[in-house]
Ligand binder design. Structure first.
Ligand SMILES: *Cc1c(COP(=O)(O)O)cnc(C)c1O
Ligand code: SF4
Length: 337
C-alpha cells in the first residue's frame, strides 16, 4: 500500500504519475491480495478494453475485497464479454452528430470537443469504450477546423472540453485552446469534463488553473465521482484549488449496480461533495454500451432509489436523474417512482 501521507520530497509530478499507471491485471490482483480466480477473466476482458488506473485511485481501494466499489469500476470482469441484447458499440449514435472530426454538436447551445483521446483510468462502464479515438486524434489543421465550426455557429455559447479526458493535455496546449475559444465572441462559458480531480488530484495545480481561466469566460469543471470512498484529502485539496480560482465545480455520477445503487450511499456522496465545495449536477442512468450490461440498474429500481434520495437530502444536493437518448435535444429527466 502507498502511505496516504508522503513527505513532500516524495511527491511526484502528475506527469510522473501518468507514466506509472497500473495496467497489468496480475499486478492489480496481487497487490490487492485477491484470489487468483479473478485473473483469467480480467486478462481476457482487458484485451478488449485495457485495464488502466492511477496509483492515487488504487490507494483508495480496500485490499482483499473483490467487491470494493472502486475496484469494481476498474477491474475487467468476465461478464463484459457476454452479449446482451440492446447493448451496442455506439449507444448514443454520436457518430451522427460528428460534423467535423473531434467535435460533437448535439445540443443547440453547446458543442463538445473531444479534446484528448486518453484517460488516466479506464472505467469499465464507459460509453466511449468503443469510440474510434484514432479517427478523432486531432492534428493542428483539424483543431482549426473544429474551431472554425464553432466560429460559424452563433447559437453556441458554451464549449465543452471532453474526451477521453481533456486534462490529459498539457497546460500549454490547454492554454492555447482556451485562448482560441475565448477569441470567439459568442462563447461565454468554457466547461471541462474530467475525471482527473478524482483519479489524479495532483493534476490540479495553479498552472492548470491559469491555463483554463480567461477573463472573458466563465470556467466550469464537471468532475466525475461515483462513490464517497473516492473522496480523500488530496481530492479535497485539488477541488479547493479550483474553487479558490473562481471555477465552479460540479459533479456527475453514473448509477452503477453493486457500486452506488443505494440511496444512503448516494446521499453520503452528495454530502461529501458539498463538504469539499462541489455541487451535485447529474446522476446518469447507464448508457447501453456493449460490455457494460452487468452495471445496469433497472428503471424501476432507479426511480425507487431516487424517490428515497429526495427524502434524504435538501433539494440543492439532489443531482438530476437523467438518461441520454440518442436523438433528444437535451438529457432526458427521469421522474421518481
Ligand atoms: C451531455 C452532453 C452535453 C452537455 O449537456 P448539459 O445538459 O448541458 O450538461 C453536450 N453535448 C453532448 C453531446 C452531451 O452528451
Ligand atoms: S474517465 Fe470518463 S471518458 Fe475516461 S474511461 Fe472513465 S468514464 Fe470514460
Amino acid at each position: 500500500m502507498i502511505p496516504r501521507t508522503v513527505p513532500t520530497w516524495q511527491i511526484k509530478s502528475w506527469q510522473e504519475e501518468l507514466k506509472q499507471l497500473i495496467q497489468n491485471p496480475k499486478t492489480l490482483i496481487d497487490r490487492l491480495q485477491l484470489d487468483r480466480e479473478w485473473l483469467e477473466p480480467a486478462e481476457k476482458a482487458a484485451r478488449h478494453f485495457p485495464l488502466r488506473l492511477t496509483e492515487s485511485y488504487f490507494s483508495r481501494i480496500r485490499p482483499g475485497d473483490p467487491h470494493d466499489p472502486l475496484l469494481r469500476q476498474v477491474l475487467p470482469l468476465g461478464e463484459e464479454l457476454e452479449a446482451a441484447p440492446g447493448y451496442d458499440k455506439d449507444p448514443l449514435d454520436e457518430s451522427r452528430f460528428n460534423p467535423v472530426p473531434g467535435l460533437v454538436h448535439k445540443y443547440r447551445s453547446r458543442v463538445l470537443l473531444i479534446a484528448a483521446t486518453q484517460c488516466a483510468i479506464n472505467c469499465r462502464y464507459c460509453f466511449r469504450r468503443h469510440f474510434p479515438y484514432e479517427d478523432n486524434q486531432l492534428s493542428r489543421p483539424e483543431w482549426q477546423a473544429a474551431l472554425d465550426y464553432v466560429r460559424q455557429a452563433p447559437e453556441v455559447n458554451e464549449v465543452i472540453l471532453s474526451g477521453g479526458d481533456p486534462l490529459s493535455l498539457g497546460d500549454k496546449h490547454l492554454a492555447w485552446l482556451v485562448q482560441q475559444i475565448a477569441d470567439i465572441t459568442h462563447i461565454k462559458r468554457l466547461r471541462i469534463h474530467s475525471r482527473y480531480p478524482v483519479i489524479l488530484p495532483t493534476r490540479i495545480t495553479d498552472e492548470l488553473v491559469g491555463a483554463v481561466s480567461h477573463p472573458r469566460l466563465r470556467t466550469v469543471m464537471v468532475m466525475h465521482c461515483n462513490h464517497p470512498q473516492e473522496i480523500d484529502e488530496e481530492v479535497g485539496r485539488g477541488v479547493a484549488t479550483l474553487v479558490r480560482a473562481g471555477i465552479q465545480v460540479l459533479n456527475q455520477s453514473v448509477l452503477l449496480k453493486k457500486i452506488n445503487d443505494n440511496s444512503r450511499i448516494l446521499a453520503t456522496l452528495s454530502e461529501s461533495l458539498f463538504d469539499i465545495g462541489v455541487q451535485p449536477y447529474y446522476l446518469h442512468l447507464l448508457d447501453k454500451v456493449e460490455g457494460a450490461a452487468h452495471f445496469a440498474v433497472s428503471d424501476e429500481d432507479a426511480k425507487t432509489l431516487y424517490g428515497e434520495l429526495l427524502t434524504l437530502l435538501p433539494g440543492y444536493l439532489v443531482p438530476k436523474l437523467v438518461r441520454e437518448t440518442p436523438h433528444e435535444g437535451s438529457k432526458t429527466p427521469v421522474s421518481p417512482a
